[in-house]
Design a protein around this ligand. Structure first.
Ligand code: SF4
Length: 396
């Protein structure tokens, strides 16, 4: 067992009003309780408590912005180092995952459909399956995970974890239809006519946000979401410029370095990055360089042209330019199902219970909010699973 994790657990003060949980964690993980059970050698109980509160606990322990959330709010961090909460949570969730005792409630005879196997869809499918619903998940890709598999690099989130989730979901009786998009030959109406009592849309945000500058269609320009989907097929060359400042920009930069690019520079419009402090630090350790207060003007075959704070324009020679300024939803369902209303941001509109303009059709995650964090998608989806449960029970 890692001594580091035990040492960290021993440093926890077991605060009666824990800032880590109340102020820091978007899904209010009971961190002091987790640490207490761990220290009492009751790790399975800790793991079950974590999973019940957040079925994606193992994933969140790796990909959350801990520096701004639980660890950033830990009282120990005021005068020294915060407790390394994520390591403790990861140790518990990872070691116990296969042994979690997940027994679904007896079948209630009702079917629900989940469209999209990303963080929101996985959360909904697991919670409803445990409540006794028969769940079918429709997924455009060949494997589950969505943005977790196709947008987060292996060194941050090993894909084997998603394969373990798939196995666990199959054990819960969840059915999958891979390589299949709802909104083409089959629409939501077909699902409802076939007897699904409710439909959940969690198709994510996959359309890259454009810079809106000349040259964006050139052969030396790529979008982060496309690059991260399959970095092996790209030949970026030695000099790579990345435009953006969030975690996706850091993921792209660190992936490019691992694929052999020698000079990787992230150009930031403002004075600081919006990526989590850890991802920023790791990017620097990996050798990524940063340039601030540079606004993109256009892209040429030789590289991007930026305007600096003094208003001077400079061509930055580069073999490739990667645009990493977020994504918006792109989905056949959103464009083809005319009865689905959109909100003012062009995302799927839902009421406070996650219900769309089509009765019985719910949605959450990035398709509703635009690209947000994994934990935010899980927290909202958890609530929506309860709303779907209530809706379906009222039908009966
Ligand atoms: Fe432990 Fe820090 Fe949370 Fe207090 S704030 S309970 S010290 S992890």
């Amino acid at each position: 067992m890692s001594v580091h994790v035990i040492d960290e657990a021993n440093r926890c003060l077991q605060c009666p009003n824990p800032r880590c949980r109340e102020n820091g964690c978007p899904i209010h993980t009971n961190i002091p309780e987790m640490i207490r059970l761990f220290k009492e050698n009751r790790m399975m109980e800790a793991a079950e408590m974590l999973f019940e509160n957040n079925p994606l606990s193992m994933i969140c322990s790796l990909v959350c912005n801990h520096g701004n959330q639980c660890e950033g709010n830990c009282v120990r961090g005021i005068k020294g180092e915060p407790i390394h909460i994520s390591s403790i949570e990861n140790y518990i969730s990872d070691s116990c995952f296969e042994r979690l005792d997940l027994t679904p409630a007896p079948s209630n005879g009702m079917k629900a459909a989940v469209i999209g196997a990303g963080p929101a869809g996985i959360t909904i499918a697991i919670i409803l399956a445990l409540k006794g619903y028969s769940i079918t998940v429709f997924e455009t890709h060949d494997k589950i995970g969505g943005i977790l598999r196709y947008g987060i690099p292996e060194f941050r989130l090993p894909k084997s974890i998603l394969d373990r989730y798939y196995k666990k979901m199959r054990e819960l009786g969840i059915k999958f239809r891979p390589n299949f998009s709802i909104g083409g030959s089959t629409g939501i109406r077909d699902l409802l006519e076939d007897g699904y009592k409710s439909v959940f849309i969690g198709t994510g945000a996959w359309r890259p946000r454009k810079l809106g500058v000349p040259g964006e269609t050139f052969g030396n320009v790529f979008y982060a979401i496309n690059y991260l989907n399959n970095p092996d097929v790209y030949e970026l060359g030695d000099r790579v410029v990345i435009i953006g400042a969030g975690n996706a920009a850091m993921d792209v930069a660190r992936t490019a370095i691992r694929h052999g690019s020698r000079e990787v520079v992230v150009y930031v419009r403002g004075e600081e990055v919006s990526a989590s402090p850890e991802e920023f630090e790791y990017a620097k350790v990996d050798g990524v360089k940063f340039e601030y207060k540079k606004a993109i003007v256009r892209i040429e075959d030789e590289g991007p042209v930026f305007r600096d704070a003094e208003g001077k324009e400079n061509l930055v020679p580069a073999d490739s330019v990667i645009v990493a300024i977020s994504q918006v939803p792109q989905d056949r369902i959103v464009t083809r199902e005319k009865n689905l209303k959109l909100n003012e941001n062009g995302n799927l509109a839902t009421d406070s219970h996650g219900e769309t303009s089509l009765p019985g059709v719910f949605a959450s995650g990035d398709v509703v909010t635009g690209a947000k964090t994994v934990v935010a998608a899980v927290a909202v989806s958890k609530q929506i699973a309860e709303d779907m449960d209530r809706y379906m029970k009222e039908l009966n």
